[in-house]
Ligand binder design. Structure first.
Ligand code: ATP
Ligand code: MG
Length: 614
C-alpha cells in the first residue's frame, strides 16, 4: 500500500447531522395512502391469518406493514442491507411495523445456520421484529395449510386446473413474446376432476414432475406470466419445518402474495425483476378476496431497483460458490460483501445506513460505485475512530547522536491526542528512543521530485553538496537524515539520522526548525508487533458477473496481503471490533475472530482516501 501524505481528518461525518430524509417514490406512495386512509379500516387478528381471523381482531395498530422476506439459503449481502434499511426504515418512519419473514417455501436449500445469521444481521443493523409486545417473526412454511386451501378454492371456483403435460410441452405451449400460448388439453377439465387429481397429487399418488397445478387465466395474454402460471408442483423433499408432511410445494409466485396478505402487509416492496409478476400478484389476491379467504384491501407490490455494486457480486448463490470453492475464507471473510463480511472488515451499521440513504431508491437499474460505500465508512469512522501510529513495512531508523544528546539508554515521553477533534479525551503516550521503526517507503536513497520525507545527503549534477532531508517524527523531534546501511543484496537494513535538539513537539521553540515532511513511527522500545491484513477489492473487474461472464475470472489475485507490522503501545488495549485510524494509512479494525491481546490482528477497513486505480 502506498503511503499517502499526512492526512488532515475531515470534520465529523456530515451525515450524522442529516436528519431530513430525502423523499422518494415509495415515501410518496405511503404518504398518499396514509392521507387517503387506504389501509385505515384493516383489522389485525394479532397474528397472520385469513379473512375470518383478522375480522375478529382490533383495528390494526400498525399504520403500515412492510416485510423483509429472505430465503434462508445463504448469508445476507449489501443488497439485502439496502432492502432491510428500506423496509424497516419506512415502517419506523410511518408508524408501521416491519415483519421478518423467512421465505422457506422451497424445501431443499434452507439451513438453520442461515436463519440465525439472518436474524443476527438484521439486529446488528439496528432493527427488530418485536413490535407492541408482539413478535413479527414468521416463516412462510407455516402458511402451507392455508396455501393448500387457497389452491382448492381456486380449483373449485374454476380458476385452476391440474395439467399433465410434460414440462417440455408446457414450455412449448406457453408461446413467447410474439406468439400466443396454446391451451393444454387438460385445461377444460371440470373442477371436480381437477380437485380429485390435486388431492391425488397431495396424497403422494403421482411421481415428482408428473403434473402441476396451474392458475387458469389467459394463454394469449401479452404478459407471459399470466399464461396459466404453475402454482403447485410435486416435490418429494423433507422440509426443515414441516418435515415430510407435504410432497407438493407452492411456487414462489403463488406463495408470496398469500404470505403478504395473511400478514396484513400493506406495501410489499421487491426488486424490479418482479414487475411482470405484479399482474398475477393482483389477480391471485383478488380471487382469494372474492372467495372470502383473504381480507381486503390487499397488499400492493411496488418495485425498486436492486443494488448493483461495482467490484462485488450480490447473489447468494455466487457468494456461496466463492465460499465453497475456497476463493475466500468463509462467508465472513472481510473481502465479502456479506453483512458478516462487511462487519468483520470494520463496517459499522451507521456506515451502512448512510450508504442506504445516499444511494436512495429509484425505479431504474444502475450501478453504484464501490467507492461510494467506502466513502460512507470513511466518513462515519472519521469522527469516532481513535488514532494510532503503525508502521506496516518496518525498517529501523537509528538516531546516531541520541546517546550524546539525550543520554545512553534514555527513553523520552511523547504524547498525542486520541482524536484530533476530541481534546477532552485523554492522550495516548508512547516513548521515543535511539531506535524507531519507520515505514520503508518513507526513505528514498535517490528522492524523486517532490519527495519530502527521508533522503540522505547527496551531490547535485553541478557538483554541489546538498544536505540530507529534515523531517519531523510526528509528535516527536525533528531529525536530519545522514544515510543508510544495506545488505549484500542491496536491501536497506537501517536508515540513519541525527536528532536536532530542542525540537520535540509541544515544547517551546520546537518549531524553530521548519520541515516539509512529517512521518509516523513507533519506538523499537515499546512498539508491539501485530499482524495486519491489507485487504483490497475482491474483484479487479468492475462488473464481474455482468453479461453472463464467469465472475471467478474477475477475482483480484492480490486482494489480501498480510504484513507483520509494529504498532504503538496504546493498541495493547484494543479489543475485537475496535476501530482505529492508523495515521497516514487508513482505518483499521481489530479482527473480531482472530484478534487477541497476545496476538493482535488488524484488518484494513478502508484507506484514508480513494486510491483505487491510482
Ligand atoms: P439472492 O440472489 O442473493 O439470493 P434474492 O433476491 O433471491 O437474492 P432473497 O433472500 O429472496 O434474495 O431476498 C430477500 C429480499 O432482499 C427480497 O425482497 C429482495 O428483493 C431483496 N434483495 C435481494 N438482493 C437485493 C439487492 N441486490 N438490492 C436490493 N434488494 C435486494
Ligand atoms: Mg431468492
Amino acid at each position: 500500500m502506498s503511503l499517502p501524505t499526512p492526512a488532515t481528518p475531515k470534520p465529523a461525518a456530515a451525515a450524522a447531522t442529516e436528519t431530513v430524509k430525502p423523499s422518494n417514490f415509495l415515501r410518496q406512495i405511503i404518504e398518499h395512502d396514509l392521507a387517503r386512509g387506504t389501509y385505515a379500516m384493516r383489522r389485525w387478528g394479532g397474528s397472520p391469518g385469513d379473512a375470518a381471523h383478522h375480522a375478529q381482531g382490533e383495528p390494526d395498530p400498525a399504520k403500515i406493514r412492510t416485510r423483509f422476506p429472505p430465503e434462508p439459503n445463504g448469508y445476507l449481502h449489501i443488497g439485502h442491507a439496502k432492502s432491510i434499511c428500506l423496509n424497516f426504515g419506512l415502517a419506523r418512519d410511518y408508524g408501521g411495523v416491519c415483519h421478518l419473514r423467512f421465505d422457506d417455501t422451497n424445501p431443499e436449500k434452507e439451513d438453520v445456520e442461515y436463519v440465525n445469521s439472518i436474524m443476527d444481521s438484521v439486529k446488528w443493523l439496528g432493527f427488530g421484529w418485536e413490535n407492541n409486545g408482539e413478535s413479527n417473526l414468521y416463516q412462510a412454511s407455516d402458511y402451507f395449510d392455508f396455501m393448500y386451501r387457497a389452491a382448492e378454492y381456486l380449483i373449485e371456483a374454476g380458476h385452476a386446473y391440474v395439467d399433465e403435460q410434460t414440462v417440455e410441452q408446457i414450455r412449448i405451449n406457453r408461446g413467447d413474446f410474439g406468439k400466443p400460448g396454446v391451451n393444454s388439453k387438460f385445461r377444460a377439465r371440470t373442477p371436480a376432476e381437477n380437485l380429485a387429481r390435486f388431492r391425488e397429487m397431495q396424497g403422494g399418488q403421482h411421481e415428482d414432475g408428473a403434473m402441476v397445478l396451474r392458475a387458469k387465466i389467459d394463454m394469449a395474454s401479452p404478459n407471459i406470466n399470466l399464461r396459466d402460471p404453475a402454482i403447485y408442483r410435486i416435490r418429494r423433499a423433507t422440509h426443515h419445518n414441516t418435515g415430510d408432511k407435504w410432497c407438493i410445494y407452492p411456487m414462489y409466485t403463488f406463495a408470496h402474495p398469500i404470505e403478504d396478505a395473511l400478514e396484513n402487509i400493506t406495501h410489499s416492496l421487491c426488486t424490479l425483476e418482479f414487475e411482470d409478476q405484479r399482474p398475477f400478484y393482483d389477480w391471485l389476491l383478488e380471487r382469494l378476496i372474492e372467495g372470502g379467504l383473504l381480507s381486503a384491501p390487499p397488499p400492493r407490490q411496488y418495485e425498486f431497483a436492486r443494488l448493483n455494486l461495482t467490484y462485488v457480486v450480490t447473489s447468494k448463490r455466487k457468494l456461496a460458490q466463492l465460499v465453497y470453492d475456497h476463493k475466500v475464507k468463509g462467508w465472513d471473510d472481510p473481502r465479502m460483501p456479506t453483512i458478516v463480511g462487511l462487519r468483520r472488515r470494520g463496517y459499522t451499521p451507521e456506515a451502512i445506513h448512510l450508504f442506504a440513504e445516499r444511494i436512495g431508491v429509484t425505479k431504474s437499474d444502475s450501478w453504484i460505485d464501490y467507492s461510494t460505500l467506502e466513502g460512507c465508512l470513511r466518513e462515519t469512522l472519521d469522527g469516532s475512530a481513535s488514532r494510532a501510529m503503525a508502521v506496516l513495512d518496518p525498517v529501523k531508523l537509528v538516531l546516531s547522536n541520541w546517546d550524546d544528546v539525550m543520554g545512553a539508554g534514555f527513553l523520552d515521553d511523547c504524547s498525542a491526542p486520541i482524536h484530533p477533534h476530541h481534546p477532552e479525551l485523554s492522550k495516548r503516550s508512547f516513548k521515543i528512543g535511539k531506535e524507531v521503526w519507520i515505514d520503508r517507503s518513507d526513505f528514498e536513497e535517490t528522492p524523486p521530485k517532490g519527495f519530502f520525507r527521508l533522503f540522505p545527503p547527496r551531490t547535485d549534477p553541478s557538483g554541489t553538496a546538498l544536505p540530507g532531508s529534515k523531517v519531523r517524527l510526528k509528535y516527536g523531534h525533528v531529525i536530519e537524515c545522514t544515510g543508510c546501511t544495506k545488505d549484500a543484496a542491496g536491501k536497506i537494513t537501517e536508515v540513519h539520522a541525527t536528532l536536532i535538539p530542542d525540537t520535540k513537539s509541544g515544547t517551546p521553540g520546537s518549531d524553530s526548525v521548519k520541515v516539509k515532511g512529517v512521518i509516523t513511527w513507533v519506538a523499537v522500545a515499546d512498539g508491539l508487533s501485530a499482524e495486519v491484513r491489507l485487504y483490497d477489492r475482491l474483484f479487479t473487474d468492475a462488473q464481474p458477473d455482468a453479461g453472463g461472464k464467469d465472475f471467478i475470472e474477475g477475482l483480484n489475485p492480490n486482494s489480501l496481503k498480510v504484513v507483520q507490522a509494529v504498532v504503538e503501545p496504546s493498541l495493547a488495549s484494543a479489543k475485537a471490533d475496535d476501530k482505529f485510524q492508523f495515521e497516514r494509512h487508513g482505518y483499521f479494525v481489530a479482527d473480531r475472530v482472530d484478534h487477541t491481546k497476545a496476538k493482535p490482528v488488524f484488518n484494513l477497513a478502508v484507506g484514508l482516501k480513494d486510491s483505487w486505480g491510482k
